[in-house]
Ligand binder design. Structure first.
Ligand code: UDP
Length: 401
């Protein structure tokens, strides 16, 4: 099948860990690779954000990345990209008419949905949408700090009704979308996957002190990822070190304002010597960091899906996660890890302390976590389920003048 993936701000080729580069980039890269490996022809359309980028790049994993000229050829924060979406959509429509016509377009994030729908309407290409994150949830948690463009929530609702199929990643997202006004009948639940070749229990291990329990936490250095809460929990967890992976590259992490706030908090909690900010780690080295941990903590305030818990599980690491969003589906409380309320350092600290003191429980969680990741969350499985959706919405393509 010819599949167009549209991911306006999140390129599958980007370096991860920065403010706008995380799970969606991984998702698009892994999904494109899994579809290509299954024999499908995949082109990923992302915004050209550097003059150095060629129009088309062939990724090592057998798919193509097309850099769409829409807006300035320089980095632009995702919350200011909306004005460029009409140009993005027009460019796609021209390409799909003149050069290569996909049988289905799979848009990632609402803004990509707008561009894909505009192009789809002109070319007859059906559109499937994965939101990745919902404006209504972001607004609830971030209030005035939410920098999303005005109208995001209305656009998301309208897209849910207009596209051919909505792909939802968790039960929580179903609930949120139904409450927003998107009919359940328009949705298919297909979770993200995890790369089971990259994330394995056996392999290189990042250097660590064998006498000091390691609590690892991973993500973009943004407030809602809950790193503050992890540091606040640390005084209740004797001896443990907290390693934070993500943010700017290693040499630049000390200048990051969020990193500075985390360090100041660690100092005021009396745990400065037990907190280490590693900075961004390349995707291929992430497994070594997960394997070095006794426990992976994912303590976000909210989380649309959350790839890092799954990656840790696939490496055989028990997870302590906030009981929010997709984490409630991936982490089974009391079986593969522990779920704690979000923004509750006391509960997090008590849970970590108990788990780090109980080797048998950690081992049982690790085994169950590994089995769950392997049985349910391969990208091959995610891709196969999506191909069924693509086939269901596919129609004879008709170029509209
Ligand atoms: N990641 C990475 N290097 C880093 C930090 C994160 O490769 O230094 C990857 C991580 O392995 C995961 C993704 O970025 O694949 C983060 O996805 P998640 O869904 O946890 O969070 P999001 O960024 O989407 O909020």
């Amino acid at each position: 099948m010819r599949v167009a993936m549209i991911s306006e701000h999140a390129s599958p080729l980007a370096v991860l860990g920065g403010e706008d580069a995380g799970g969606q980039n991984t998702h698009v890269a892994e999904l494109a690779a899994a579809l290509a490996a299954a024999g499908h022809e995949v082109r990923v359309y992302t915004r050209r954000d550097s003059v150095a980028l060629p129009v088309t790049v062939r990724a090592d994993d057998g798919y193509h990345v097309v850099h769409v000229p829409a807006g300035p050829a320089e980095p632009v924060g995702k919350d200011t990209l909306l004005p460029y979406m009409p140009a993005f959509g027009e460019w796609l429509a021209r390409q799909w008419r003149a050069e290569w016509t996909p049988e289905v377009a799979h848009a990632h994030f609402w803004m990509s949905g707008l561009a894909a729908l505009a192009a789809g309407r002109r070319t007859g290409v059906p559109v499937v949408l994965t939101y990745h994150a919902l404006g209504v949830v972001k607004k609830r948690h971030q209030g005035d700090q939410d920098t999303s463009p005005p109208g995001r929530i209305d656009y998301e609702r309208a897209l849910g009704v207009a596209v051919d199929r909505v792909i939802v990643q968790s039960r929580d997202e179903v609930r949120e979308l139904v409450a927003t006004g998107v009919p359940r009948s328009r949705m298919t639940v297909i979770p993200s996957g995890v790369n089971l070749r990259t994330f394995t229990p056996v392999g290189p291990v990042a250097a660590r002190d064998p006498d000091r329990p390691r609590v690892l936490t991973v993500g973009r250095l943004v407030e809602r990822k809950g790193f503050h809460e992890v540091i606040r929990a640390l005084p209740a967890v004797p001896d443990a070190e907290c390693v934070v992976v993500g943010g700017p590259p290693a040499g630049l992490v000390d200048d990051d304002p969020q990193a500075r706030r985390l360090r100041a908090l660690a100092a005021s909690c009396g745990v400065a010597d037990r907190v280490r900010l590693v900075g961004a780690v390349p995707r291929e080295e992430m497994g070594a960091w997960y394997r070095s941990a006794d426990v992976l903590v994912a303590a976000p305030w909210y989380e649309p899906f959350g790839l890092t818990p799954l990656e840790g599980m696939a490496c055989g690491v028990p997870v302590v996660g906030s009981a929010v969003g997709g984490i409630v589906d991936t982490v089974v409380d009391g079986l593969t890890g522990d779920l704690v309320p979000p923004r509750d350092p006391a509960a997090l600290g008590a849970t970590l302390r108990r788990l780090l003191a109980d080797r048998d429980r950690r081992f049982a969680y690790a085994m169950a976590a590994l089995e769950r990741a392997r049985n349910r969350y391969s990208w091959e499985r995610t891709a196969a389920q999506l191909v069924d959706v693509y086939a269901a919405v596919r129609r004879p393509t008709r170029v509209v003048a």
